[in-house]
Ligand binder design. Structure first.
Ligand code: PSU
Ligand code: MN
Length: 306
């Protein structure tokens, strides 16, 4: 029994060996307000097409794991309230009970691998939360990167996280963290940080080659590409630091934990910056979609599938 449902466009592209870029949906349902979430979803899909690849937004609809959504489906997802946020732990249960939900980085990677799509673009992955030594809150995204052979293009881990510890866990799990065209790790809203990136690459071709070589060596898992937000759209770390501290403080005071924490922090940060952080978030998503398309094209040229 297949629970995978490819859109006609994605099915066609796959048959023809065309480059495809997977896109997640939690960023739309839990990371951005209506109607900017729908506008962004559409714009990101347009960016992927403009770069020469086919977009495949992933979500669960009525017990089907959909890879590629029609515009009306994208709209109903963006408009829906109280959508389930599905990660590795709850993806199968949602499908089994005929439910619907948005997929996180971890769940989108699983869907992409099933659909043999080797590249996926998002905003920021989950990671080690500040205070994780007490809360043990470490995103399932990190383990997924270690297990599932999909390249994830992001703008660094979300800066609401404990970035040094996130890097440590990724290293322990054997996940390559590759900064794109710079030496430092980008920090989501900020193009640079004080952290040295473990690896650096300067072209989509190198990224595609490294992915193939890892697969050839039998190393499981994916690569994390950290693509800095364009400088014109960034909010520097010095400006973000107090905002992030305030948001974390608010979450602590309100007792927000678990799955609700990341969406709460993002919403709070959008508010505290008067919407500026949201504009940056949109810019970095678009930037990541374009790079992911370039990588997809490189991989498709050599017939690489996940
Ligand atoms: N990046 C964003 N906004 C988001 C997310 C990422 O800019 O909403 C989502 C992703 O789906 C990611 C998830 O997988 O947050 C991580 O959630 P958690 O920390 O609960 O694992
Ligand atoms: Mn968590």
């Amino acid at each position: 029994m297949s629970v995978l449902s490819l859109s006609p466009e994605v099915a066609r592209a796959r048959k023809q060996g065309k480059p495809i870029v997977a896109l997640e949906s939690t960023v739309l349902t839990h990371g951005m307000p209506w109607p900017q979430n729908l506008e962004t979803a559409r714009r990101v899909e347009t960016d992927v097409r403009a770069a020469g690849a086919v977009p495949a937004t992933v979500a669960v609809r009525d017990g089907q794991l959909c890879v590629g959504l029609r515009d009306a489906q994208l709209e109903s997802l963006a408009q829906a309230r109280r959508v389930a946020k599905l990660s590795r732990a709850d993806l199968a249960a949602c499908i089994a009970t005929g439910g619907s939900g948005a997929t996180t980085v971890a769940a989108t990677m699983i869907a992409a691998a099933q659909a043999r799509i080797p590249v996926f673009a998002t905003g920021g992955i989950g990671g080690v939360h500040k205070g994780a030594t007490d809360s043990f809150d470490i995103s399932a995204d990190l383990h997924e990167l270690a297990a599932t052979p999909v390249i994830v293009v992001c703008a660094g881990a979300k800066a609401i996280l404990d970035l040094p510890r996130t890097l440590e866990v990724l290293e322990t799990l054997g996940v390559p963290v590759i900064a794109y065209r710079q030496d430092t790790l980008p920090a989501f809203w900020s193009a640079t940080s004080e952290l040295q990136a473990p690896l650096r690459m300067d072209s989509a071709n190198e990224l595609a080659r490294a992915h193939r070589i890892r697969a050839g060596l039998g190393i499981p898992g994916g690569q994390l590409v950290a693509n800095p937000v364009p400088h014109a759209d960034e909010i520097p770390q010095s400006e973000m630091r107090p905002v992030i501290a305030q948001a974390n403080l608010d979450a602590e005071e309100m007792g927000i934990t678990g799955k609700a924490l990341t969406p709460f922090l993002l919403r709070r940060i959008h508010d505290l910056t008067g919407g500026r952080a949201l504009q940056t978030n949109i810019a970095l998503l678009r930037n990541n979609a374009s790079l992911a398309a370039e990588i997809a094209i490189e991989l498709a040229d050599t017939g690489h599938i996940a």
